[in-house]
Design a protein around this ligand. Sequence first.
Ligand code: GLA
Length: 731
Amino acid sequence: MITFDGEKGIFKLDTEDSSYLIALYNNVLYHLYWGKKIPEIKRSADAMFSLKGSSFSALDIGVKWGRSADIMPMEYPTYGAPDLRTPAMHLRYANGSSATALRYSSHTVIKGKPKLYGLPATYTERGDNVETLSITLTDEFNNIDVVLNYSVWYDYNAIARSTIIKNKGKEPLSVLSACSTSFDITDAASFEMLNLYGVWGRERTIERMPLRHGIQMIDSKRGSSSHNQNPFLALLSNNCTELTGDAYGINLVFSGNFAGGVELDGYNTARVFMGVNPFDFGYKLAPGEEFTTPEAVMVYSNQGLSGMSRSYHSLYRNRICRGKFRDIERPVLINNWEATYYDFNEEKIINIAKKAKEIGIELLVIDDGWFGERNSDAGYMGDWNVNIKKFPRGLSNIAEQINALGLKFGLWIEPEVVSYDSDLYRLHPDWCMHIKGRKSCLGRNELILDLSREDVCDYLISRICGILDSANIEYIKWDMNRNMSEIGSEALPADKQSEVAYRYVLGLYRILETVTAKYPNVLFEGCSGGGGRFDAGMLYYMPQIWTSDVTDAEERLKIQYGTSIVYPFSSMGAHVAAVPNHQLKRSTPFSMRGNAAVMGQFGYELDLNMLNAEEIEMAKLQVGFYKKYGHIMHTGDCYRISSPFDSDLSVIQFIASDKNTVLLNICCKQALPNAPFKRIVLTDLESDAVYVREDTGEQLTGGELCTIGIPFVNGDEHFSNILIFNKLIKN
Ligand code: GLA
């Protein structure tokens, strides 16, 4: 899987379908290739680079090639000696300088993959096909080592990269930027960049643009990975479609400020990079200290975007998500938020629970408003005492009543924030993130607790455990409803204030690690005003995330489609809500709302007692369908056949992991008068296998389905259907 040919000067990292090559020449690392798998290389590294020199760039000291690092495709570029493009790493040394030139000093290859201390990352289990290459580079003048780690996930076609910077000198230094990954692809002028942008309610909208010369970047300065840009980008060949062409995905396993981008230079080399956002960042490394970057997961596919997504889906389902809920179908839930908002009491909740039980729902979640005097979002955050006006007999009693009805009980919390009007704030005004002496802006009437502080994290761990111990709680929705402002910590000196936002995320990870490890039987669902922190870092602790606060089926089809570029449907919380939809006032049929939601982690978010008899029967069928087929969408292979961004028609195909069942989820927004004839063409089925369409009994070959397809007429407003095809197994 990982080989090094010293004579040729080539590191070769192979996954099942891809190769990644690094050249080592004159002790400098160059990026040689990443793409379709190459069985064998006969040439040496120097024969594979063009000999054209630059007329203006300075030459590297001691590098005999005569080609400057300023024009060569580099593997982990640094600034100023003499590469002047966007560096992967930028350090400020005690003498004020920042020029760095890294030279190879050693490398190791081990079976498996070491843990990243304090950070979420892909993890191995016994029998995994993974090897890790660690290359140590040194700048002797500046007394630093930089270790580049590459874990090769052979079966998943992925490479996980992270970097460790070690200060071996006698003086402190500042890490101004440190990418998790960087590499240069030559001949990239015709490539395109894809990213997932958005805002609250419109998360992970797909955007694809041809590269232009210069830097194109995505980032978050919001303290969290954000609604606005997901920590993901893909470089695509210009002929890349959903099913064909080259796709190179880069995804950061991190929930805080990040930056990633592509710099296309005048030689048409694209430098691709991603890591912690260097903006307003600086991390002091005392002598002997080291800085470990978060992990970047890189996936190459020559089967287009869907091929890339399938690799991410299976890797994240199996080796980012953890715990017992990773491998089991999770409970169908009812959440009271859009049913009642803050206006609920014991009676209302019990009535919803009774109806839920009748429908076959398995878990009732009480959302925001169960504590303090919280009847709006005006305050009461931080103390977490049950509101005895709503639940006079306490939390444990309402949990018992729900349990007695045969449902599990779940609860919403937002532990990372505090209100001015709270005992917690009165007792510890210094515990929130702020700049001493300066008034802080409120977001949703909240201040953010300073999770860069150990004492605050310890307090939160004990408080959250206290809540979990106070009742039979089997599910937690962990929310976070604002971005950071006035970033500062009273616990850190002035020269470490630029570490606060980063240390916050490390603190959050420590809390999540401790709490989720202590309560392995509690299902945790992440949330941040919907999908404001939908990233692989969060999925390491919580196997599902509330995808968006927008519950309208049409919008959800888009949000889920965009999210599925990287993240599996099994990670997306998806609920049937009331109509007219609360955010958009749009009405969609109950069936379409169900068909859109069953792809994700299914639930309801409306007052079930407002449903009519027909809708109750439909809900029972939806839950029954989900219990029978949900696993196909959660563990099978996903193919995006028709995009709701490009047309009115959303079609997603899933092939079950045993390959015996195919599920086609079809939703169409609008009807057209006298609509044109259309065929939905399936993909990747065995062409000579026979499939039986479950609703009609019709027999079709895989070949027919993948060429002629299924006729579809766009004649019904809000048409939706799920077709199941079962492979005929010959005896
Ligand atoms: C956030 C969440 C919602 C809901 C509210 C409660 O906006 O995304 O689902 O929990 O908070 O205040």
